[in-house]
Design a protein around this ligand. Sequence first.
Ligand code: MSP
Length: 556
Amino acid sequence: MTIKDTFYITTPIYYVNAVPHLGTAYTTVASDALARFMRSNSRDVWFLTGLDEHGQKIEQAAHAKGKTAQDWVDEIAPKFKHAWQALNITYDDFIRTTEPRHFKGVQRFFEELYKKDYIYKDTYRGYYCVPDETFFSDEQLAEFAEERAAEELPSTHDDGSPLCPDCTRPLEYMEEENLFFKLSAFEQRLLDYYEAHPEFIQPEIRRNEVLSFVKSGLKDLSVSRTTFSWGVPISFAPGHISYVWVDALLNYITALGYGSDAPEDKERFAQYWPAQVQFIGKDIIRFHCVIWPAMLMAAGLELPQTVFAHGFLLTKGEKMSKSKGNAMDPNTLIENFSADGYRYYFLRDVQFGTDGSISLERMLQVYNADLANSWGNLCSRALNMTAKYLDGITPELSDNTTLLLSEAMGNPLAQLVDGGLHRRYATAFEAVDFLGAMDVVMELVDAANLYIEQSAPWALAKAAAGESEVSDGPTQADRLSFVLYNILESIRIIAVLFAPVMPTSSAEVWKRLGLGSILDVDNQAALCAWGGLAPHLKTTIGEPLFMRLAEDDLLV
Ligand code: MSP
């Protein structure tokens, strides 16, 4: 058995004050597509997602509903699992920060830092944003007030409390004895690390943002709270619970077994940590690229290879969020477009890493154009013609006949595939350029549709039917088989390439071609070499893969 290279990929853990929405589904779908791509290219993948269940915000949300925090999180958690199931998310582990395994790891981490003298007690006096669970310094507030004044906008609420520089909701003043983490001690080490590892923060724009933030100076961070109890208690400081962001960030290692002495946990941790990629949204970059690496350095652990921040999904130019009331419900979209259609749209129409406008109109357009008309139609034409002209059986041609016909008729699809198609696709995927990868696949879809028009199998079938004498060279029937082989071979390869993004329809295409389970594929590159389609397979036509939709068909 060969030992595969590991690939540990994580999503942020989502707050349970809301049900899953397009924003949280976006990160999760992207992670799943990359996890599937890596699995199909023989990587040993560990894909983690989960829920951030502690903090003042969750406690308040629960109390507002007249529930205990525990009851509330237990009620919301299955909704996430259900949503991820509906989107075919293949996570390997789902962590909830209320689990004992996580408590153990968080406590161990605090003890470790305390032992190393990175933790001390002091009084925090200042402002806190409960919805963002973030502390703001006086300097940050002064800077924000200046920016707002320049735009002639207020920077305080009616009651005089300053507004949050991130979400503009009113901040709360707090004064409490907290534990502090010596974050300031890591300023230079972080800068050196960013310098030595340019791939650590991606894309470039986020790296620059983090660099200038750290260069402007780091303050020690309050890492405990004492005025409420919904969190992980810190063993050496009675009455203190972990600051929710420290608790949350640690999920990436506690899920692998950090803090446990059981041999299987130690083994898993050693096998998968550090992560290859951690996907986040751009709003949580400072937590992941400043606090998180400093925490890991303090504990003497390795840093993840890359933290990649994607942009926001915008509807009508605004960040989509539940509080703004402009959030679309993923479940309704899945009902309309299927999970595959959903996954394709978000990865195909928004460049991962930048903000992107999304709309129902555009989703309909992309779905109809790319999936119903181009890809779906290609499959249905290919399988129908195979049924009609070849009794549904994949053709067999001798190598010699194939060679002669390639010379006589040309073989543009084989050329496209063998001219580095998979390499271009994989390069895009590895750079998490989902859009670019989908473009490469669509090139083959378009080329195959064009090939059908140009090679006109129906005319060849007619000519073959009228053929009387057997000639020395390839016959019209051979030509027909050759053309249909090329079309079927293209759809076999397209299905392999689409599978990480559209697993259900790709698996269906393979089934209709008489092939095995596409989900077991772990040698994608080899399978994308031209000529892999076996002869004598029994194909089936099936229902349209993607039904064309009109605006009136949509459930909203
Ligand atoms: N709980 C924290 C993360 C802790 S990770 C150690 C959190 N949760 S969240 O549920 O609010 O958001 C999770 C992710 O969803 C963030 O990365 C955020 O950027 C993303 N999105 C939320 N709304 C979004 C859009 N409208 N568009 C794209 N993604 C956005 O933050």
